[in-house]
Design a binder for this molecule. Sequence first.
Ligand SMILES: Nc1ncnc2c1ncn2[C@@H]1O[C@H](COP(=O)(O)OP(=O)(O)OP(=O)(O)O)[C@@H](O)[C@H]1O
Length: 318
Amino acid sequence: MLSPANKKGEPLVSLENVGVLRGGRWLVRGVEFSVSRGEIVTLIGPNGSGKSTSAKAAIGVLKPDEGRVERLAGLKVGYVPQKLSIDWTLPLSVRRLMTLTGPLPQGDMQAALEAAGIAHMIDAEVQHLSGGEFQRALMARAIARKPDLLVLDEPVQGVDFSGEIALYDLIKSIRNASGCGILLISHDLHVVMAETDTVICLNGHVCCRGTPEAVSRSPEYVRLFGSRAAQTLAVYSHHHDHTHLPDGRVRHADGSVTDHCHPEDGHHAHDGHGHAHGTHEHAHDGHEHAHAHARDGHHAHDHAHEHAHSRSGEGRHA
Ligand SMILES: Nc1ncnc2c1ncn2[C@@H]1O[C@H](COP(=O)(O)OP(=O)(O)OP(=O)(O)O)[C@@H](O)[C@H]1O
């Protein structure tokens, strides 16, 4: 266990060479990252790349089969999972949602709902909330017990572009007000919260990591989306030395194809920081891009990130 006398900058949680084996298959392997107080770490990667698995290993919901996870003693975690099993046939108010897993002082509930901007909805039925309101309610529930570490699995799913910016603004203000560490799972392969300190790109292993490029430096982005968007969203541009083929195999820069691409297979050029943060080269024609392309099926497991966004919101990765 890490020392409870945590100073800002020391890790709340750290993963070292973490692997999770299920049904004879490594879901993730060699995963290394940490989240410190006040830090925002964003996990990106294609569907099935192990983002949720890694986050669950970080908070102890899932036990790794190899490697180590260290958590600060007494660490309080607020977790918003990607999926919730709620019986939608039963009426459920926001107030009840807040106390489903345990009692909560009225003052703390009120403060969390206010911070999430939905205090006026305390008696609303959860099934009547919009996508953005529902995510805010889940976030309120996660912050109500004043966690040291907030883990948000795709917090902007089902939320439109302006709602996405509003939610990221909310996440930023939660971090600034409470100083908690935040582990964010992004539904987007390229666009992350501008405040992100470290982006970890997963594909069964850590493909690359780095800081997001500040979008506010790109006049084109500001012109298209406005300065508020540029303050909130950043592009993580990166380059991999291998391509994940649709059948799960991996084509390497030297043209060879292997079944997997773990570092020990000898094809990896990455040293953990070896990605290129090039200039922002995206041609954005419409703002739908932020939502559709992570799941459009054209680029599953394809990791050479030259792409163009079309009006339809499709992003194709060459
Ligand atoms: N308990 C399990 N048993 C077997 N396979 C599992 C289990 N949990 C997850 N998987 C598989 O592990 C892989 C990683 O899943 P995970 O949910 O971590 O991916 P993800 O990157 O979060 O994906 P998405 O973007 O689609 O949410 C997937 O192929 C998934 O089908």
